[in-house]
Design a protein around this ligand. Sequence first.
Ligand code: SAH
Ligand code: SF4
Length: 364
Amino acid sequence: MQNTIQHILEKETFEKPDLVALLSANEEERKFIFEKAAAIKEEYVGKKVYYRGLIEFSNLCGKNCLYCGIRAGNKNTHRYEVEEQEVIDAARYAWENKFGSVVIQAGERSDKKFVDRIERMVHEIKTLSNAELGITLSLGEQSEETYRRWFEAGAHRYLLRIEVSNPDLYPKYHPHNKKHDYQARLDCLHLLRKVGYQVGSGVMIGLPFQTLEDLADDLLFLREHDIDMVGMGPYIEHEDTPLFKYKDQLLPKMDRFYLSLKMVAILRIMMKDINIAATTAMQAIDPLGREKAVKVGANIIMPNLTPTKYREDYLLYEDKPCTDEDAEECSRCLEARIHMAGGEVGYGEWGDSKHFENRKKEED
Ligand code: SAH
Ligand code: SF4
């Protein structure tokens, strides 16, 4: 009798029960998922892995997500904002080393000083690189006007994870107030598309109270919302957060890792031409985690370009890797590791989401 997993993998479209079965695949069965995802990746997006140099601009945050180490309520964190010149230097490094793109990420703030500063830096990065460097932002929920200003300054991609797609689960991981509202987050994803960004989203995997059915719904959410780029990875507990008290209910870290790997592979099969990141949280559990993700479907890696002196203060979760290596050391070893995973680095290319390009062509 044919293996159920292989049978499901032959289907054109996965429904929720198919996804739950795939997510439940054991060690033997998951190999079929990984093989299929690798073949689809090669066919639709090729071998290339694109770099996005990550600049963790600031850990100042006005929000209090219950899982996050840099939440406003964590008084044990030393708060910083990278000097503007240091951001520009990091971007110049990315451009000179043919990284193709940078990502500016930070805690969420919407004060005028912050919005102006981001706009100015985006503009400066565009200018210094003769518009060659692509710019992704990951700065949380903002107004349409702010999104538009940053877009007009030169950013063209935006990452905003929905974190969990089930509106009933969302309040389990966020305080119950207007600042942490599921609908507001969803509205922001729509605004980003309206303004013209390539829209990225994603979820955390292995949260307490989360079931395989929830993760199947997360995959369906990403497909239904026609997301262009996805970053998702394991939830990793942080001692100074309210969610830490559920640490004994979590799956072992390695199980969370393999569940994340399955999520990446299944999503690649479902959404063949999107960009999928091999996230740092995967590397936090398995030192070769990002390379394993590249093998089964991911095509984006975000090497950390934050000046080293700030890195240990941007601890979203425990054991965050690469906090003490400098940029050069990191990217040299990374290239070798990508080759080992059968990939090649797309130097000097934006590596935009083919899904976005294909949708644009259809609209024209
Ligand atoms: N403030 C912005 C961007 C910085 S946080 C925002 O929230 O969108 C970036 C991502 O880090 C979040 O989307 C979340 O998915 C992830 N993150 C935060 N805490 C985490 C944890 N404990 N484990 C794994 N990922 C975490
Ligand atoms: Fe702030 Fe983002 Fe962390 Fe939430 S996840 S507390 S918005 S940095």
